[in-house]
Structures are given as structure tokens and as C-alpha cells.
Design a protein. Sequence first.
Length: 76
Amino acid sequence: MTYGGGLAPEFREDPDAEKHFAALKGLLDDVNAEDKGCTEKVFRGLMGAMTAPGHLSHLERPNFEFAQYILSKVDA
């Protein structure tokens, strides 16, 4: 898993910055390990023989539109 982000110069220059980065990475790794099983089960369900693509729910639409926007900026 690759993580990315932006931090204020004050945070990077903090004497404890490496300790904070390590704690944050540990938290992200723990969350990913916890979510892995659920994500894999959803994926297996989506690959089932009786599945077919359908309409996006109203909850998924903003994520899809944002992803399309980002793609249009990266692809250009």
C-alpha cells in the first residue's frame, strides 16, 4: 500500500515528526488489515456468476463524478 499526502512545513520540521509518521503509518496499516477481509468478500461477490452491473446508488454518484473529474485532469 502506498500512502500520499501533504503536510505543513511546521509538521515536517517538528523534532518528533518521524515518530508521528510512524504512528500514522501504523494506524493506516492496521485499518487496511482490518478492511482487507471485507473488501475481498465484496470483490468475490461482485465476480459471482449471477452478478451484472447496475445503476450507481445516490451515495456512489458523487464519488464517481469526482473520480471522472480527477481523471479528466490527469489524462489531459
